[in-house]
Design a protein around this ligand. Sequence first.
Ligand code: GTP
Ligand code: MG
Length: 580
Amino acid sequence: MASCFAHGRVSVGAAQQRVPGRCAPQKLAARPSRPFSLLARSGDGWEDWSDAPDTPRVANGAAAAAVEEPDWRHEVQGLAKNLRVSKDSEGGTDWDAFYADEERERCFLVGVQLKKRAGKHGYGVQESLEELGRLADTAGLEVTGSTFQMLEDVNPRTYIGTGKVQEIKAAVANTGATTVIFDDELSPGQLRNLERALGEDVRLCDRTALILDIFSQRAATREGKLQVELAQSEYQLPRLTRMWSHLERQSGSGQVKGMGEKQIEVDRRLLKGRMARLRRDIEEVRTHRRAYRERRAAAPIPVVALVGYTNAGKSTLLNTLTAADVLAEDKLFATLDPTTRRVELSGGQVLLMTDTVGFIQKLPTQLVAAFRATLEEIKEASLLLHVVDVSHPSAAAQIDAVNGVLADLGVENVPTLNVWNKVDACADPAVVRAVAERREQTVCVSGLTGEGLSELMERVSAKLQDSMVAVHVLIPYSQGELVDEIHRTGVVGSAEFGAAGTEVRAHVPLPLAQRLQPLRLAAAAAEEEQWLEAEAAAADAAAAAAGAAANPAAGAAAHEAAQQAAGGDLQLGQAVQLPL
Ligand SMILES: Nc1nc2c(ncn2[C@@H]2O[C@H](COP(=O)(O)OP(=O)(O)OP(=O)(O)O)[C@@H](O)[C@H]2O)c(=O)[nH]1
Ligand SMILES: [Mg+2]
């Protein structure tokens, strides 16, 4: 029997293929997109796949395999540390399948804490490095270690001090890392100098490039992909000089160096051309999006946008509230593209809830610029729900980071409700709830358990009402669809069926209030007066005959209506002045 690994060490795509002489279970191919090695055992026998010798869980199987396959055993041992087991069954056969990730690229992390900034931003260098580690993991890298340096100022040549560079060089050699990731964006010059200092075998990367890489792995829509590519190109453009130094190193001769320079100019021109094309394509995609937004604006359903730090639980909230099926996972930047779902409140009011890309401290400016159009939808929302992972040790710093991005986007004026999520995961949820109660505009929830969600939706409804216009209208029965629309898009205080139509007191979005203007009670009252006069004349005639009084109920309604009309205009909501 040939080595299992000779066949089994396959990428996901290849795993779909039938391995000669072996029965490859199709289902097992549905693995994450990084390459893996698959070993499986079917039923009682060892005819197909095998596992590793030094994993206790699979020791028996490995022994059996080892007897048969000494070479194979050797190979398996090298991968054993990454083994995971999965139970599966196919065609009535039970499978034990063992996945071994191929060795992940190993990386070493480096941060700087500026003394003058210490404590100011809340995100300390250690927390920031921890987050960088999560980003690296999300991108598919394995973190082997990290270090940081306290500095007055970053070193303009090498970001960190020269002594530290040597320390990192040694650490990289000791941990077997092949990549060094810096926690801040490095200038093109710093990249070049560090590359020289650390040696050619070490790949250099910074936080920005890492985040851009994650975004490019995860972008799903055409617009998302175009935006990420544009952001990546913007990052690359000033850094193309790295190739210049590469050529320079290779050649060592002035002549070839000159060719390198020319090549870099060609590359720059190509990249700039590509960026111009990307901008055009993005603009085209946005035209469609704009048309969609305009249609949405015409139907005045309020839009509530979920914003917040990455991994705060925005998608989970959307899923719980709307039974949506948005990917929510314990990964940074799980969501890149906005998803909008309809939510119906208990009073029948409908709103649209939009899930947005999460923010992060030190968010690359290229990304903010590239995603600005998508993010600007937040500006048009009636209400923002700022979702916070309140169980996170750096929750306060995360709130600051999000507020910073919101301020950059110019959306500070959109009404906001703070949603302290993951209260279930806090050490003392009761204390957190008590603090939230003392804060304005703050509500404690758990998107996972559903705790606090009905209160949240009540608060949403009340907040939306604040941004709406109070109307008091009489809607003739012939325009009954308007009553439905008020129910759907507004918050109804009362609706009474009278002789002339439905008298509604409600808060509605501004566009609807404008359409309702002809029906405001002053106008409605005039109609009603005519109707009442006719009724009164008929009643008088009847009274003369029967000595009975006219219908007092309709009269009372008309009286109240007339009073309202005489008392001036409609009440206005806090946020909007309706030119009545
Ligand atoms: N314990 C607990 N975990 C939660 C809660 N809400 C979300 N999570 C978990 O937090 C992780 C992130 O949730 P997501 O909903 O993907 O977070 P997100 O804000 O959409 O993240 P991005 O899309 O990356 O910005 C997931 O593992 C969720 O299961 C909660 O209320 N309690
Ligand atoms: Mg999400």
